[in-house]
Every structure is written in C-alpha cells, then in structure tokens.
Design a protein around this ligand. Structure first.
Ligand SMILES: Nc1ncnc2c1ncn2[C@@H]1O[C@H](COP(=O)(O)OP(=O)(O)O)[C@@H](O)[C@H]1O
Ligand SMILES: Nc1ccn([C@@H]2O[C@H](COP(=O)(O)OP(=O)(O)O)[C@@H](O)[C@H]2O)c(=O)n1
Length: 224
C-alpha cells in the first residue's frame, strides 16, 4: 500500500514548492490537489459558465476529463487534450476556484480521484498537498503536517511569483480566497495529531528540512 504524506495549509504557505522538493529528495510521488480544483474552475470558465452557479459546476464536473501526474518533476495538468498547466495559475482561475471547491459533490468526486491515484502509484509514498488532506482525504495518513506562515509573508511570496501583478491586489485576492476556502474546510488550525511547521521565520531550505525532519521521525527514514 502506498502511504500518504499529507500536507495542508493556506495559500502561499509553501505547500507546492516544499512538497515537490521533499518528494524529489525521498523518491516519492507528489500530488498537487489544488491543481484539480483549478483545472475544474478553468473547465467551467471554458464552457462559458459561472463558477458561482453550483448547477453549472455540477454539470461541468460530470464531464471533466482531468489528467494529473505524480512525478514531482512534471506538473503538467490536462483537461482532455488541452494542456492547462499555465492557464490554471492565472488570476482569473484563482479568483473563481473557491466557487467550485465549495460544492460537496465536487469534493467527493475529486477525493475519489486522489485516493485512486495514490493507491495505483508506482512510489512507496506520495506527498499529497491541499486543504483537507490531513482531515478528510487521508485522516489516517502516518505523516500529517500543517504548513503555515504569517498572512503578510504568504502574500509577499505569492506576489513575488506573479511578477507584473500589483502586489496589493495579489495580497487582497489571496486573503479573499483563504476566507472563502476556510468556510469549507479548516486549514488554519491543526487537527489532533497533525504537526505544525510554521515557515514564517524559515527560508525555503530550512522549511524543506523541517518537513523532512517530521517525516524522518515518523517513518524512520534518513535524508542525510
Ligand atoms: N520558507 C520559504 N521562504 C521563502 N519562500 C518560500 C518559502 N516556502 C515557499 N516559498 C516560495 O513562496 C512561493 C509560494 O509557495 P508555494 O509552494 O506556491 O505555496 P502554496 O502551494 O502553499 O500556495 C513560491 O515562490 C515558493 O518558492
Ligand atoms: N485539497 C484542496 C486543495 C485545493 N482546494 C481549492 O483549490 C484552490 C487552489 O488550491 P492551490 O493549492 O492550488 O492554491 P495555492 O495554495 O497554491 O494558492 C484553493 O483555493 C481551494 O479553493 C481545496 O478546496 N481543497
């Protein structure tokens, strides 16, 4: 059985970049669950529908041929034959994604996909990151981590990635998305048994090491 290494946290806390680096280091797979929600939001918008309309979202998810891989060095996401890897990071998709994520049937469908991808994975473990992995998708995972950072630090990191976008607008959009998302699942407080890694005062390498240390302690593997 492939193990889940479950990592949750708010936007810009470092989940994707840190999880990917940890997976590479340990020879594990990597699953970015947010990319499935983003791909669905892209799909709804591509159909000319409104992501705030739950019925439109439900009809889009009924025909949602998403393709996600587990290779930490390949973050390609496809919907049917369309490569949406870059399009799903656009502010228009970020602004719409919370609408699809709050529909319970959507969550159930993508969670089934995540569990089957991990079950069939050609890796001893998969680092799975998102918002509800430690609590809903894999509450029995041997390793469960909440990766946090202060809101202003997260906003600055995300603004640094979106060069050309106005930093204040990026921060406002990120906080708005966190507020909508946290009404659906709680990823700001650690559930019982979940380890907190706060990266506010840590640089990228120190954050990777902090996560590796938690995994090492629980799984007894050593990263040297
Ligand atoms: N501890 C850290 N210190 C500085 N920058 C970081 C740290 N962790 C992540 N980053 C950077 O912050 C940005 C946001 O990280 P990302 O992994 O996309 O977060 P999330 O997936 O939680 O939204 C990326 O550019 C990443 O390289
Ligand atoms: N497990 C998850 C992962 C993402 N999501 C949703 O998907 C969106 C995009 O997630 P993401 O992880 O790509 O976002 P960032 O943290 O990278 O900005 C979030 O804003 C949530 O609305 C979710 O509801 N549950």
């Amino acid at each position: 059985m492939t193990d889940f290494i479950a990592i949750d946290g708010p936007a810009g806390s470092g989940k994707s970049s840190v999880s990917k680096a940890v997976a590479r280091r340990l020879g594990f797979g990597y699953l970015d669950t947010g990319s499935a929600y983003r791909a669905l939001a892209w799909h709804v918008l591509d159909r000319g529908a409104d992501t705030a309309d739950a019925d439109a979202v439900l009809s889009a998810v009924a025909e949602f041929p998403v393709r996600l891989g587990l290779d930490p060095d390949d973050r390609t996401v496809q919907v049917g034959d369309v490569d949406v890897t870059d399009a799903i990071r656009e502010p228009s998709v970020s602004g719409a994604v919370s609408g699809v994520a709050r529909v319970p049937e959507v969550r159930e469908q993508v969670n089934r996909l995540f569990r089957s991808l991990v079950a069939d994975a050609p890796y001893p473990a998969v680092v799975v990151e998102g918002r509800d992995i430690t609590t809903v998708v894999a509450p029995d995972a041997p390793v469960r981590i909440l990766l946090t950072a202060a809101p202003e630090v997260r906003a600055a990191r995300r603004a640094g990635e979106l060069a050309g976008e106005n930093a204040e607008a990026v921060a406002a959009a990120l906080h708005k998305r966190d507020a909508s998302d946290s009404a659906v699942v709680d990823f700001l407080n650690a559930a019982e048994g979940v380890e907190v890694v706060d990266s506010t005062e840590l640089d990228f390498t120190q954050t990777i090491d902090a996560v590796l240390t938690v995994i090492e302690r629980i799984r007894g593997v050593h990263h040297g």
